[in-house]
Design a binder for this molecule. Sequence first.
Ligand code: ADP
Length: 494
Amino acid sequence: MTGRKACGIIRGMKIALLASEVAPFAKTGGLADVAGALPKVLSKLGLEVVVLMPFYRETKKKNFSLKKIGSGGEFVWNGKPENCSLWEYREAGLSFVFVEKDEYFDRDYLYGTAQGDYPDNGERFAFFSRAALESLKLLGFRPDVIHGHDWQSALAPAYLKHVCSHDPFFARTRSLFTIHNLAYQGLFEKEILGRVGLPEYLFNMEDLEFYGRVNYLKAGILYSTAVSTVSPRYSQEIQTPEFGYRLDGLLRKRRGSLFGILNGVDCSDWNPATDKFIIKKFDVGSPGGKLDCKADLLRSLSLPRSKEDVPVVGMVSRLAGQKGLDILCDALDGMFKLGVYLIVLGTGEEVFQKALLSAQKKYSRFFGLRIAFDEALSHKIYAGSDIFLIPSRYEPCGLTQMYSLRYGTVPVVRATGGLEDTIQEFNSETNTGNGFKFQEYSASALLTSLQRAVSVYRQKEKWQTLLTKAMSCDFSWDRSAREYLRLYEKISSS
Ligand code: ADP
């Protein structure tokens, strides 16, 4: 090991990162941003990184210049020999490898339609994890650490331990499993084990059984060398019954190997000085362009511009219970009494779509709503809003507060998980803090906090101070990537 150390950093260490979505190839949420950004920084730090993901229709349509790099890697699947094809995209010393299996991945969506998850998701992502291991052998890439993310990659350590344990190729391979959201666990009927080539004796409480079903996330937690989650606060919260989704006991057992590393911001994608989606560039030294972005945002949503200086409250979010949509809907009447514009971009649960659509009809002059997944509009919202709202019930890390800070859009957040770790309440006496927070999960607490933000907004000098502080926050990946690096180092020498 010492031969590979340089400047206190292990150079040439090999990391295989497995994720079910990676920006810019396919994205539904924050996991894609993390899986796209972290490898770039790790590679700059001197690590050799291969990123593996399924080859979706979405990626095929994007016309990246991909090269077919092989096929084969036989393994048993559904009782028969199986293989896959691999495609590669190379950029700045990084290799992104796409596991092709059209019957599983050549579909309109990544995980399911508006009607629900694809019924064969258990097989689809087990296949991805299994094929990813064989792909590494095919590529001759012998990883020091396999770094899996969320339930879709969680079976990789199960295959390592129970199927490939005698394979000399992986003799020195350790594993890190990162939980981006404990609520999504990948639960399937017990027959899945045989189909995906895992021994059926694993269906017991000490292994993969979980209240009568197989739990993929549990495999990641149990069998990985170490487990991490995406903020220090969330790593504590998930050890409690309130946030533990019935895995808190297991997580407490693993607390000696459980770490919390905050996500970062990919400053090349999220930068108001260079952002290709916004009408006028700006930065902390010359924030003037933000006003043009605000006007452009209102225009994009066909909202009439008021003669008065009305603050714009933005939100870019999955429309899911986790994101605080119920208290948002309860707060809408009160919010418009505060005299703000509200702009919401999101997709998700029908009940919230309906509630928002009906409120939008009622407040059409002040409420811009777009039910869609729209990367360009999301950038316009970060840049053109004054205040960014994140009323989450729980939030493992949250990236949107960090993006909005970079664009001088002040976050109003519920104090939970990564939101608690990244946002400090603004104190107008001492000029400290970078946003506004509320503790209680309620519409009234949300409104009180928003009211504090609006009242500072009306004090122009104070707001300017806060805006400068917000834009100066540094959540770049560099620090977090170094923490991952130390963790890789620790587990690979264990
Ligand atoms: P989560 O992963 O729980 O959804 P995060 O805050 O970690 O939440 O990351 C959300 C990511 O998805 C951000 O990049 C955000 O801009 C993006 N996003 C969410 N909803 C949309 C949408 N409707 N259109 C475009 N981008 C979206």
